[in-house]
Design a protein around this ligand. Structure first.
Ligand SMILES: [Zn+2]
Length: 484
């Protein structure tokens, strides 16, 4: 008995020792001492160009026929006169209203690269215009901010890439690799005719990019609980977008003599069962790399848990899963969004339909998802219809020279921030570009806080002039860094 007790105590002490040693060794990379680099873009010119760009109502609506093509044409003309150096040095093609520029590199054998962003914007919800502190298409410059729809998503990308290219051209810089610049016109409505057409054209010409860089994440400031430093999240994959319908059928009839359960009841049960059967999630692949990088900067308890996943993985995963954004980073999510059934309150439904939107984690496929749903609802009488099914993207390589160059550039422009790979949970144009790129990265080089995040597709979207300066510096420095 005494011996067993002693053995138990010894084992406990050993486990505690291992846990502590692993925790103390689980430390962040040393903070960077690199000096900040600036290419000295003129903040006033940047703000002015941003302001002008916002004033074009290049709005993507769900029905393309209700967009205003003239606004897009005027934007293209404005872009050409505003960036003469870019248009003199590069050849331009228009694919619909998407602008594709080719900046020839000096080495014909080097793989080309792509910088991209989109200049279409989502509409302002009718009735919310008066909630804006500055009118949504004014481009007003107030207290160091340029206001309006598209300021963050994603006209600032267009402006920063064009300004950075102009700065480099004025310095006489020529890239070794051919650089493509692509500015999409329909990202907010699938990107098929813009980015999709660009990817198809490059493929047809036999162009395979070494890497592409698009929107998809930011330098996140005050957005990740437990971290006091900003996090530059360079996203290496994006989730797939899949919509299914669950359809329950029944005989119908008068609601005064209903069966034990109507089609609505069957459907409701299926939805509840599905919501109670989350898809498997877990800390592996890109999710693991991301949390590994972040948790090194967290509190002792959090570091201890992450450093000892051999012991605490269940606890870590369930803790992350409790927060919706954390859950979305670990697994395919399930969101029932629409319901329909009978046409009248006293008519039994012959069909009840639920629309469910899923965001596919890279570990799942549309096929494996449908299998999961079938098993979860345990009712073969419920029909499962695939409305749309986009797989998750490939996962870009975080050990590539291009990822290292991006990391290096982040540190040179943003200073002491945490750089971590991440997963984009929404859809971007990169799902198209990834088809012709060895590595598709998603990172818009601006600093955003909680207020900025709320303004995406919402009210009071704006960008600081400081952010425009940093983004311009980032793109210029990135092209220099990858050239070396
Ligand atoms: Zn966007």
């Amino acid at each position: 008995m005494r011996r067993a007790l002693l053995a138990g105590v010894a084992l406990f002490v050993l486990i505690v020792a291992v846990v502590l040693i692993r925790t103390f060794n689980f430390t962040p990379e040393a903070p960077s001492t690199v000096e900040l680099i600036t290419h000295e873009p003129d903040p006033d010119v940047l703000a002015q160009h941003m302001s002008e760009a916002i004033r074009f109502k290049t709005i993507s609506t769900q029905r393309p026929s209700s967009s205003d093509p003239e606004q897009f044409e005027q934007f293209i003309a404005w872009f050409e006169t505003t960036y003469p150096e870019v248009h003199a040095a590069m050849t331009r093609e228009l694919l619909g209203h998407t602008i594709l520029l080719r900046w020839p590199g000096t080495d014909p054998n080097a793989q080309p690269v792509l910088l991209t962003s989109h200049y279409d914007v989502v509409p302002v919800i009718p009735g919310t215009e008066s909630l804006w502190k500055e009118p949504p298409y004014s481009g007003n410059i107030v207290d160091g901010y340029v206001w309006g729809r598209g300021a963050l998503d994603d006209k600032s990308g267009v402006i920063a890439i064009a300004e950075a290219s102009t700065l480099l051209l004025k310095k006489g810089f020529t890239p070794k690799q051919t650089v493509y610049l692509s500015f999409g016109h329909d990202e907010e409505v699938s990107g098929r005719e813009g980015a999709g057409a660009v990817a198809a054209l490059l493929k047809e010409r036999g162009v395979q990019l070494e890497w592409s860089l698009d929107e998809g994440s930011f330098v996140l400031d005050g957005l990740i609980p437990g971290l006091d430093k900003p996090v530059a999240s360079i996203n290496v994959a994006e989730k797939g977008y899949t919509t299914l319908q669950l359809i329950a059928k029944a005989a119908g009839g008068h609601s005064s003599v209903p069966p034990g359960r109507t089609a609505v009841g069957d459907l409701a049960e299926a939805i509840v069962k599905l919501q109670n059967s989350p898809l498997p999630g877990g800390l592996e692949g890109v999710s693991e790399e991301m949390y590994d990088a972040l948790s090194r900067h967290m509190s002792f308890a959090q570091r201890m848990a992450f450093a000892n996943r051999w012991l605490f993985s269940g606890l870590v995963e369930s803790t992350i899963s409790r927060i919706p954004a954390g859950n979305a980073s670990l697994r395919t999510t399930i969101a029932p969004t629409m319901l329909s059934a009978s046409i009248k309150e006293n008519v039994l439904p012959i069909r009840a339909v639920a629309t469910i939107n899923f965001r596919l984690h890279p570990r799942d496929t549309v096929e494996s998802l449908m299998e999961h749903v079938r098993n979860a609802i345990e009712n073969d009488a419920i029909e499962i219809n695939l409305v749309s099914g986009n797989e998750a993207s490939n996962v870009a390589d975080t050990s590539s020279p291009s990822f290292a160059a991006m990391k290096q550039t982040v540190v040179e422009i943003f200073g002491d921030v945490i750089v971590a790979p991440g997963l984009t949970v929404a859809a971007t144009d990169s799902r198209h570009y990834a088809l012709v790129a060895d590595n598709a990265y998603r990172f818009h080089p601006v600093v955003v806080g909680p207020e900025d995040i709320a303004s995406f597709h919402g009210t009071n979207e704006r960008i600081s002039v400081d952010n425009l300066v940093r983004a311009t510096n980032f793109y210029a420095q990135l092209l220099i860094n990858v050239n070396e």
